[in-house]
Design a protein around this ligand. Structure first.
Ligand code: HEC
Ligand code: HEC
Length: 254
């Protein structure tokens, strides 16, 4: 017997959504392939499960929300609870218009170098227009739960550097400083024109003690106004133990 009450387009849609959810972490390229391959089913999907039905853009936004560590500051599904200085986004989902959300994401908010008070980083040069649109769609949809959006877990009992390597991904350092701290991410209006690497002789020479590295991770470094991307500060978000693990990882980089 064929399954009752589930018209073929719905099954196809659900399959597409699962398919998209697998492709999105691979990035925009994977996304475009998945999307163009099934363009006729790209309309909002009617789900038969208890999870909220979400459009491909919302599903993509849910992944980007984890990839760029929005979830590490604003809490899973933007529910807050990480730091008293970082608001939950449930209210913004209801009150802020798409254009206001875009401006906040692109330009940041409340920038400061006070290490105990995290601010909203500037993302405009780091997150593509499509990705920002997907984030806005996700927030406006009420930040629903989407399958397979768990952040990378941090292995325990394998040493500080292994934990630090996972934290480097979990807290989104990798998006700005590149895989293995190689740098090269554009920051066109900054003096260096790009976000600095966290490896190599220049870095090692300037940041030659654990204390110096810890200080910049805690306090960040406001190097100009948006759209210049500054180093967010993670004091109040990352614990001293997590910062020590990140430093142990950075030391393994050439
Ligand atoms: C380092 C921590 C941190 C990260 C990472 C972060 N935010 Fe924020 N965000 C903040 C803080 C702090 C504020 C409050 C700023 C203020 O009001 O001065 C904020 C404010 C916001 C607001 C405005 C909320 C309101 O009610 O006014 C939005 C929307 C937002 N963030 C979205 C995002 C998105 C999307 C991402 C990921 C791309 C993200 N944030 C990543 C710390 C963070
Ligand atoms: C939104 C992009 C962004 C993210 C995310 C980010 N950084 Fe940075 N980081 C920067 C920028 C820009 C600078 C350069 C600041 C300067 O020149 O004063 C910087 C500087 C640094 C420095 C000092 C290196 C130097 O040459 O100035 C360290 C160390 C560092 N970041 C570590 C981290 C770690 C660890 C994380 C993750 C917890 C992280 N960063 C996340 C943008 C970012």
């Amino acid at each position: 017997m064929p399954r009752r009450d589930v018209p073929a387009p719905v099954i196809e849609g659900v399959i597409f959504l699962l398919f998209a959810a697998l492709l999105v972490p691979a990035g925009v390229v994977g996304w475009v392939i998945g999307d163009s391959g099934k363009s006729t089913t790209a309309a909002p999907v009617v789900s038969t499960t208890a999870t909220a039905a979400v459009s491909p853009s919302v599903a993509s936004g849910a992944h980007i929300f984890v990839q760029f560590a929005c979830a590490q500051c604003h809490g899973p599904q933007g529910r807050g609870g990480v730091s008293p200085y970082v608001p939950a986004l449930t209210n913004a989902a209801k009150t802020l218009q798409p254009s206001e959300l875009r401006t906040i994401i692109n330009h940041g908010l409340g920038e400061s170098a006070n290490p105990t008070k995290p601010y909203m980083p500037v993302w405009g040069e780091v997150i593509s227009k499509t990705q920002v649109a997907d984030l806005v769609a996700f927030i406006r949809a009420g930040l629903p739960r989407v399958a397979d959006t768990q952040p990378v877990s941090v292995p325990r009992g394998q040493g500080a550097a292994v934990a630090g390597a996972a934290l480097y991904v979990r807290y989104g350092c990798i998006n700005c400083h590149g895989p293995n701290g190689l740098g090269g991410v554009p920051n066109p209006l900054s003096a260096d024109k790009s976000i600095p690497p966290l490896s190599g002789q220049a870095f090692r020479g300037e940041f030659n003690t654990d204390a110096k590295i810890a200080a910049v991770i805690r306090s960040g470094s406001v190097i100009g106004k948006a759209p210049i991307v500054s180093m967010p500060h993670w004091g109040g978000i990352l614990s001293s133990a997590q910062i020590a693990e990140l430093i142990a990882y950075l030391k393994t980089l050439k």
